[in-house]
Design a protein around this ligand. Structure first.
Ligand SMILES: Nc1ncnc2c1ncn2[C@@H]1O[C@H](COP(=O)(O)OP(=O)(O)OP(=O)(O)O)[C@@H](O)[C@H]1O
Ligand SMILES: [Mg+2]
Length: 459
């Protein structure tokens, strides 16, 4: 089955046993969650629980190999194994790109590291209400039965609005708790930390039902705090990315509006004026009208061509290429459809296996810019795209057309984004770039990635 990033398998909860890593995301309207009375405060609990704390109760058996190491500002000491567990968690988190995916992993990791039955993270939206709610340890069925995601009142409100951490042996006994909604699974012990970024509370991370112990301990709290810091960084990064994307979209819209105004609309306007003239003179000078009509038809064909190549240019920006040969074929097909050129593609599938992700992406963008230029400037009848390579010879991409060509020595004012991007990308990946173009003959662009920069042949 295909899985979107961040999608997890859902397993039904079996009553009485620990629910295996089933996690859920929710972005629907909030309701209530923790809302029952309770009484214990974390420091009192800490003292009371310390004597009962046993090593066997640790969620993961972690032998004290070396160490312990003291992390700055923390009262608990961590063994090498503890730190490795957290570092592994960090690596797992950075392997996720989507915020939902990161939060899902984070609640799973928090639940496992602190030995909890349930874990959840709430993220506040711009309006201060919970906009995202991700859980671990609770099944789809259970979530559906509870209905709404929390409003962020009761004990969650303490985390969200007062910024205090909570560690309770029995959350139902805390007077600030407002009780559970119907069909909510029973939960007893609670550990919650606010998720803080740049001094602002942007969410909370909490766990319930410590397994094999009465309550969460100080060490669990510090672990969860560390994970909360990672959650804050992930949330902020995702928000910044969204802002950048929306800014880029705005700029793109403005560019399109300007391009259409300056280009296509002016030409169509000119054609309309000519046709108006033609209407005026048709009675007295029909032969002149013939010339005006011919010119107008030619101009309209040019407009159609311009719009086609403009659409070709507007193709969505790709940020990941998992199948470079396929992506090159798609570019070629799109050029063929939009320009009616004769497009030849020769792609060596094995060569793609020699490339790292970022190299494949860079070559894709180079091919895209080169083909954009062929479509826009060359007026060629034939274009060929070749992609080949071996671990002994390296990888090469070539785009060649038989069009108008241009004077590569005459750079003043001619280089746009396309050629500059091609040069920058080739330089950044350590490839040799050849731009060979002669007016009236055509253009050939070759990017050669030396053998030293490609992977050995797989298999
Ligand atoms: N295949 C080609 N055939 C003919 N001329 C080309 C070809 N490729 C590039 N050129 C010439 O080189 C110039 C610079 O190309 P470049 O891609 O850098 O800019 P652009 O296509 O004009 O604008 P942009 O890429 O920023 O949209 C073009 O304006 C064009 O004159
Ligand atoms: Mg260009």
């Amino acid at each position: 089955m295909m899985r979107r990033p961040g999608m997890r398998e859902r397993r039904p909860a079996s009553s009485g046993e620990m629910v295996a890593c089933s996690s859920m995301i929710s972005t629907v309207k909030p309701g209530s969650f923790f809302m029952q009375p309770a009484y214990e405060v974390r420091t009192a609990l800490l003292k009371g629980q310390k004597s009962r704390r046993k090593r066997a109760n640790r969620p993961i058996a972690r032998p004290r190999a070396r160490g312990p190491y003291n992390l700055e500002g923390m009262v608990t000491s961590y063994t090498a194994e503890d730190i490795r567990g957290l570092v592994d968690a960090g690596i797992a988190l950075t392997s996720e790109l989507s915020l939902d995916g990161i939060l899902l992993k984070l609640v799973d990791v928090a639940r496992t590291q602190a030995g909890a039955r349930y874990a959840a993270i709430s993220v506040l939206g711009d309006n201060g209400e919970i906009s995202q709610f991700v859980t671990s340890g609770i099944s789809d069925e259970e979530r559906a039965k509870i209905g709404h995601i929390p409003y962020g009142k009761g004990l969650l409100g303490v985390l969200l609005h007062e910024g205090a951490s909570l560690r309770l042996a029995d959350l139902a006994k805390d007077p600030r708790s407002g009780g559970f909604p119907p069909n909510h699974p029973p939960m007893k012990s609670l550990l919650g930390v606010p998720v803080v970024s740049r001094g602002r509370i942007i969410g909370n991370l909490y766990l319930t039902d410590k397994q094999q112990a009465e309550a969460f301990d100080e060490r669990d709290e510090e672990t969860v705090r560390l994970l909360g810091t990672q959650a804050a960084a992930a949330i902020e990064t995702s928000r910044l990315r969204e802002q950048l994307e929306s800014l880029a979209r705005l700029q793109e819209r403005e560019r399109i509006a300007m391009d259409l105004h300056d280009g296509v609309i002016q030409t169509v306007y000119a054609v309309a004026l000519h046709l108006e003239d033609a209407a005026d003179i048709v009675a007295r000078s029909p032969q002149e009208v013939g010339a005006v009509l011919d010119q107008s038809i030619e101009n309209l064909h040019q407009v159609i061509k311009d719009i086609r190549s403009y659409i070709f240019d507007l193709r969505a920006q790709v940020s990941e290429v998992s199948d470079l040969p396929g992506a090159i074929r798609e570019l070629a097909e799109s050029l063929r459809v939009n320009t009616l050129m004769d497009v030849h593609v020769s792609v060596d599938e094995r060569a793609a296996g020699l490339l790292e992700q970022d190299q494949a992406l860079a070559l894709f963008h180079i091919a895209q810019e080169a083909l954009n230029n062929v479509g826009k400037h060359s007026h060629a009848t034939t274009v060929s795209i070749t992609f080949e390579g071996s671990s002994a010879q390296g990888v090469a991409l070539a785009v060649e057309d038989n069009g108008a060509g241009f004077d590569t020595s005459n750079r003043a004012g001619r280089e746009g984004h396309g050629l500059r991007n091609i040069k920058d990308r080739a330089r950044a990946m350590g490839a040799k770039l050849t731009i060979d173009s002669k007016p009236g003959i055509g253009t050939r662009i070759i990017v050669q990635l030396p053998a030293a920069r490609v992977k050995g042949l797989a298999g």
